[in-house]
Design a protein around this ligand. Structure first.
Ligand code: GDP
Ligand code: MG
Length: 597
């Protein structure tokens, strides 16, 4: 145990965590030159394409110092606010954290929130000033910021470049010297905390754990304490670039178990593994359940694929404990699931993973936050609304509350005016304004969650030319003047397009949504009337004019291959399209309600 160090790498997005992880893997010869690629640990296609880390990744390294051999378990974590749940679980498996700060960007909003997560779990923090090679690096000023933030000594801050490899040896020395080794009782009954899991279609479920007390041996009969189920530990081992089977994983170490579990629901992240013969008395305190922030329906494009979709979601949930879903049905779309997400990026990622990893073609409906509706009735009755079409009729509705958040924005002083305007436009209220330095300001706002989950972050980045970072925390529900806006296509209300919006914005939004839909709905053989309504009152109307000619008519019957291409193109365009009544509605129409400019 004295030779084990468990640490994670935390930082604001793009400050260089994954790149620095590459250098550590290289320096410790964990991966060869041949195996190395940029951000090696980002092994999902989606992560590589987008250049972001979505999942935490654990890997073990051997390291020798002063003739002593150490085992270092590294966990790389995502930086985006939507994935902070991944970070908090990884932290539970570690004793220390490298807090990476980009020497040009300085401290940003997620630097602070991830630091707090690590401090809550009493991790030893090693601050690292990264990207020191950049000409725009400003090491002295950023060091001041770090000292201010964590109250460390200036000399405690390490200097590195994930690009050139500068300072990587010092980081390894610091990990051994400063991160405490895990503590635990090797002789106690087994207690291992499951912090992550993935589904492997060949081998079943693969759970990642940290042994807190005792040890786990290959072939042990083990029990998952919270679910009460028992399994044989068919294979256990440690996490190298590939799995490395072992006969035993000891106290303090991080490992994996494969035990032929095929049913996703049986493995709960946060559960404790113990042995059947010598069980521990109680489970380790697991993780707080995450609360989804955004809800949307996910429906199979092909209605026959409902059961397949359920199966895919269960498997995906195993790898992403923050995804929630329950069955729902829509008059327009048939059977599907109401899903909860941590944010819009999370929702996009889930949709893409369903398509890539499970070959499903799905439609996601208009996302919304979760509301409280109070009925006119004694005693007071509150219902939770995760789908706008569940909102009770006005006659029995007393009031509606929506969730608010406290938003922290750090930006340059030049952009304060623009940021204020944006927040006020989003129904935000300024609560505090602090100059961190003469050039850097921290603004605190209270804003309805519904206004920020959709495109707020993109807008913020645009108006601040990238010099604004943002973090938020829920602060409860408040009453708001909300109304349900329905959309009708050729007179039929489409439940999947309904949204709850603020009363003062209803007319403007209704008009813009109708215009946007007119642009997005493909023309058909007949006119399509688009109407926005509040209750029985129509507030806006547009028409998609009928198509006059057949698309292939353009080809004059001559070039057959061109004709076929055109038809194929049309077919591909149809992929994410649902027939609602007699109107074909493409996926992006469901997002139109959110992205109006
Ligand atoms: P993460 O989001 O914190 O994991 O950041 P990544 O490791 O994915 O890096 C983000 C971007 O910064 C990538 O384009 C990297 O190539 C670049 N980068 C990372 N470390 C350094 C560094 O030390 N110097 C320079 N100049 N660029 C770096
Ligand atoms: Mg990364």
């Amino acid at each position: 145990m004295e030779h084990i160090r468990n640490f994670c790498i935390i930082a604001h997005i793009d400050h260089g965590k994954s790149t620095l992880a590459d250098r550590l893997l290289q320096q410790t010869n964990t991966i060869s030159e041949r195996e190395l690629q940029a951000q090696t640990l980002d092994d999902m296609d989606l992560e590589r394409e987008r250049g972001i880390t979505i999942k935490s990744h654990a890997i073990q390294m051997d390291y020798e110092q002063d003739g002593k051999k150490y085992t270092l378990n590294l966990i790389d974590t995502p930086g985006h606010v939507d994935f902070s749940y991944e970070v908090s679980r990884s932290i539970a498996a570690c004793e220390g954290a490298l807090l990476i700060v980009d020497a040009a960007q300085g401290i940003q909003a997620q630097t602070i929130s991830n630091l707090y997560l690590a401090l809550e779990h009493d991790l030893e923090i090693i601050p690292v000033l990264n990207k020191i090679d950049l000409p725009s690096a400003n090491p002295e000023e950023v060091k001041d910021q770090i000292v201010d933030l964590i109250g460390c000594d200036r000399d405690d801050i390490l200097i590195a470049s994930g690009k050139t490899g500068f300072g990587v040896d010092t980081i390894l020395e610091a990990i051994v010297a400063r991160v405490p080794h895990p503590v635990g009782d090797p002789n106690a009954p087994l207690q291992a905390l499951i912090f992550d899991s993935v589904f492997d279609s060949y081998r079943g479920i693969n759970a990642f754990f940290k042994v807190v007390n005792g040890e786990i041996k290959k072939g042990d009969k083990v029990k998952f304490v919270n679910t009460g189920r028992t399994y044989d530990a068919d294979e256990i081992g440690t996490l190298r670039l590939k799995h490395q089977p072992k006969s035993v994983v000891k106290t303090g170490d991080v490992g994996y178990i494969i035990s032929g579990i095929k049913v996703a629901k049986e493995v709960k992240v946060g559960d404790t593994i113990t042995t059947v013969n010598n069980p521990c008395e109680k489970a380790i305190q697991g993780f707080e359940d995450v609360k989804p922030m955004v809800f949307a329906g996910i429906y199979p494009v092909d209605t026959d694929e409902y059961e397949e979709l359920r199966d895919a979601m269960e498997k995906l949930q195993l790898n992403d404990a923050s995804l929630t879903f329950e069955p729902e049905s829509s008059a327009a779309l048939g059977f599907g699931f109401r899903c909860g997400f941590l944010g819009m990026l999370h929702m996009e990622i889930i949709q893409e993973r369903l398509e890539r990893e499970f070959n499903m073609t799905v439609i996601t409906t208009v996302p919304n936050v979760s509301y409280h509706a109070y009925l006119v009735r004694e005693p007071e009755t509150k219902i939770l609304i995760n789908n706008p079409s569940d909102l009770p009729e006005a006659t029995i509705l007393e009031r509606v509350e929506e969730p608010f958040i406290k938003a922290q924005i750090i930006t340059k002083s030049d952009f304060v005016g623009a940021v204020m305007n944006l927040c006020i436009d989003k129904r935000g209220e300024l609560k505090n304004q602090v100059y961190l330095t003469p050039e850097r300001v921290e603004l605190t706002f209270e804003i309805p969650l519904a206004e920020i989950v959709f495109d707020f972050y993109d807008k913020l980045k645009t108006i601040s030319k990238g010099y604004a970072s943002f973090d938020y925390h829920p602060m409860g529900y408040r009453e708001s003047k909300l109304v349900k806006m329905d959309l009708l296509l050729n007179g039929d209300q489409v439940d999947a397009l309904s949204a709850l919006i603020h009363k003062d914005k209803a007319f403007d939004l209704g008009k813009r949504i109708c215009l946007k839909l007119r642009e997005l709905l493909p023309r058909q053989q007949f006119d399509i009337a688009i109407q926005a309504a509040i209750g029985a009152k129509i507030i806006a109307r547009e028409t998609v004019k009928a198509l006059r000619k057949d698309v292939t008519a353009k080809c004059y019957g001559g070039d057959i291959s061109r004709k076929r291409k055109l038809l194929e193109k049309q077919k591909a365009g149809k992929k994410r399209m649902r027939q609602i009544g007699n109107v074909e509605v493409p996926q992006n129409a469901f997002m139109a309600v959110l992205k109006l400019d």
